[in-house]
Ligand binder design. Structure first.
Ligand SMILES: [Zn+2]
Length: 240
């Protein structure tokens, strides 16, 4: 199914994509939850733990995603912006993925008080929740907890899947990756297949094509109908 979106005001009901367009005030406009701005910059994040790093409380709390989307156009802009202000992301340190309309991409592994940047020469780059990959941030995080080991297996799985699929990165190829259920730490997470200590299920999945202003979106439905069990809806968008 294809849909056209120009501006969505307010939130939709459970089972529908939650879409909102922030108006062009105090910076570029952007939409949520895909979180892409009118210049084609996209940002997504996942939480991560750094248990032994001393907490560095911010002087005041800010919405880092909002600031990046309001004032940055490219991945380089975003990286420079985060470095300049050492943005503190609440409620937890995060792995952030930023992608721009030119196809540039970076992963920012944000700890409580510092950050590291990952880039790649390959055609794909990715991040997951729970683990850091860059040498310095991984050292801060440590690698001995069950949560880390669980997350690292998932990271390895995605890396292997991407090595196969990135040669022909079609929509179908990306959907295959997001619908992978290889145990013990599958890409697509259903509650009944998860360990008691890590029960984060897959609530939604999407594929974004910034240059074409198109994305494919699938969200969990009542009765635990996971995104992998549905056909994605294709949306196109424009900023007015
Ligand atoms: Zn699934």
């Amino acid at each position: 199914m294809d849909s056209e979106i120009h501006a969505m005001g307010g939130l939709q009901t459970y089972g529908e994509p939650v879409l909102y367009q922030y108006p062009e005030e105090m910076g570029y406009s952007y939409i949520c939850p895909v979180q892409i701005n009118s210049r084609g910059l996209m940002i997504q994040g996942s939480s991560i733990g750094y248990p032994d790093e001393p907490m560095s409380e911010p002087g005041f709390r800010i919405d880092g995603y909002d600031l990046i989307l309001r004032f940055c156009e490219t991945v380089d802009d975003a990286v420079e912006f985060i470095g300049r202000y050492n943005l503190f992301f609440e409620p937890a340190p995060s792995n952030l993925a930023v992608v721009d309309a030119n196809g540039d991409a970076a992963i920012i592994e944000k700890t409580k008080s510092t950050f590291a940047i990952r880039k790649t020469d390959r055609r794909s780059i990715f991040t997951t929740s729970a683990i850091a990959v860059e040498k310095r941030t991984r050292k801060i995080q440590g690698n001995t907890t069950r949560t880390y080991q669980f997350g690292f297996k998932r990271h390895q799985l995605i890396e292997n899947l991407l090595l196969e699929e990135e040669k022909t990165p079609t929509i179908e190829a990306m959907q295959r990756i997001m619908s992978n259920h290889t145990m013990p730490s599958p890409v697509c997470r259903h509650l009944e297949s998860l360990s008691p200590y890590s029960q984060l299920v897959t609530l939604y999945s999407f594929i974004l094509i910034p240059r074409e202003q198109v994305y494919y979106f699938s969200v969990i439905r009542p009765g635990s109908v996971y995104p992998c069990e549905q056909e994605s809806t294709k949306y196109s968008y424009c900023f007015t």
